[in-house]
Design a binder for this molecule. Structure first.
Ligand SMILES: NC(=O)c1ccc[n+]([C@@H]2O[C@H](COP(=O)([O-])OP(=O)(O)OC[C@H]3O[C@@H](n4cnc5c(N)ncnc54)[C@H](OP(=O)(O)O)[C@@H]3O)[C@@H](O)[C@H]2O)c1
Length: 348
């Protein structure tokens, strides 16, 4: 069986590609850039095309002959690009992928959306039926991608959507690096009361969800939240990250409002001069957005069951960061490692 993974050299995509190769399938990757894992994935046998999902010819060449397509490529953490870049990639790119899937008779498309389509969760926890309330243009365009997928489902495409929560695990160069760095000296500054919840999903649990979405029958047109079995208050999460580094964390509390105001000003000053702002509203909203989700539907319809718990997952993640030098430097320093430090992912 041949499978295409768009965004396959990224964090999530590379884990999915490894799993598919382990299963013995033939795997194609389409990604904007080689990323940290290009050489490793190529050596494992993946056929990698470097091109954008907005490049219709490249997408069609990659999709032709595939039985399954996992569509993960997304404009995600990009700063200093026009907002139209997000819709070009997340909405129009998804349309191009869907059309190619129809034209080449792909058996199954799995579209990777985000729990962020529900925005700030009201009440205890959200389900797939909770209001769609994207809080920024990234989340909005991920939802626009869902709408595109549903249009093609109505025309006969067999597609299923996953809405992952905060993905973490070995190989994640994003948010959790910052959290580990902010915790590594044993004290953490919490803006606000730390009682809002954050809902992680370990990368291996998420890869299970992708495999299930691609293989379980009767889920055409469905969307599933993909998350670990529970969410954590920010205070608990900080303590858990500390524990993963054998630290007993002390938490200092400061009010949230001045930080938010500083983030708004910082973004307004940096954007026009083309500088990446060290603080921006989407980043600091982490301290106030409540994120807690119910995975009953994925359990019931997909047979999904998260296997890796937070304790084990954070230890693996911390070990990986330490091994590859990610915990050095200031919390907000961009992660750019010298070539020899780029290494294969090991869950050991
Ligand atoms: N990480 C999370 O917590 C989280 C939570 C919910 C949902 N998601 C979704 O999960 C998916 C994977 O995210 P991730 O965390 O693994 O991010 P990631 O590491 O940035 O992976 C995404 C990959 O897609 C590539 N890409 C971006 N624009 C592209 C384009 N036009 N054509 C082809 N490839 C392109 C990226 O390259 P560049 O580096 O050049 O952009 C990157 O290699 C995304 O769909 C994201 O929206 C992530």
């Amino acid at each position: 069986m041949t499978t295409l993974v768009t965004g396959g050299t990224g964090f999530t995509g590379s884990h999915l590609v490894r799993r598919l190769l382990e299963r013995g399938g033939s795997v194609r990757v389409l990604d904007n850039q080689p990323g940290l894992f290009h050489d490793e994935l190529r050596d494992l046998g993946a056929e990698i095309t470097i091109a954008s999902v907005t490049d219709e010819d490249a997408v069609r060449r990659c999709v032709e002959g595939c039985e399954v397509v996992h569509h993960l490529a997304a404009a995600f953490r990009k700063l200093n690009v026009p907002q139209s870049h997000y819709s070009d990639v997340n909405e129009q790119g998804t349309r191009i992928v869907c059309r190619a899937c129809v034209d080449f008779g792909v058996r199954k498309l799995v579209y990777c959306s985000t729990c962020g389509v529900h925005g700030h969760v009201q009440g205890e926890s959200a389900t797939e039926d909770s209001p769609i309330a994207p809080a920024d243009y990234y989340q909005q365009t991920k939802y626009d991608g869902e709408v595109v997928v549903q249009e093609f489902v109505r025309d006969g495409l067999d597609a299923t959507t996953l809405r992952p929560t905060a993905i973490y695990g070995p190989g994640d160069p994003g948010r959790f690096v910052m959290l580990f760095r902010l915790c590594k000296r044993g004290t953490f500054t919490m803006f606000g009361d730390g009682r809002v919840h954050y809902h992680p999903v370990h990368i291996e649990n998420l890869v299970d969800a992708f495999e299930l979405a691609a293989t379980v029958p009767g889920v055409t047109g469905e969307a599933f939240l993909a998350a670990d079995d529970r969410s954590y208050s920010l205070t608990d999460l900080v303590h858990e990250v500390g524990r993963a580094m054998d630290l007993d964390m002390k938490i200092r509390r400061l009010p949230f409002a001045p930080l938010r105001a500083a983030a708004v000003v910082c973004e307004a000053v940096c954007k026009p001069i083309g500088v990446s702002p060290p603080l921006f509203p989407r980043r600091v909203d982490w301290f106030r957005q409540h994120r807690s989700f119910d995975i009953t539907k994925a359990r019931r319809m997909l047979g999904y069951e998260p296997r890796v718990g937070l304790d084990e997952g954070l230890r693996q993640t911390g070990d990986w960061y330490r091994r590859w030098g990610y915990l050095e430097g200031s919390p907000r320093k961009q992660v750019t490692l010298p070539e020899p430090l780029h290494g294969p992912i090991s869950l050991g």
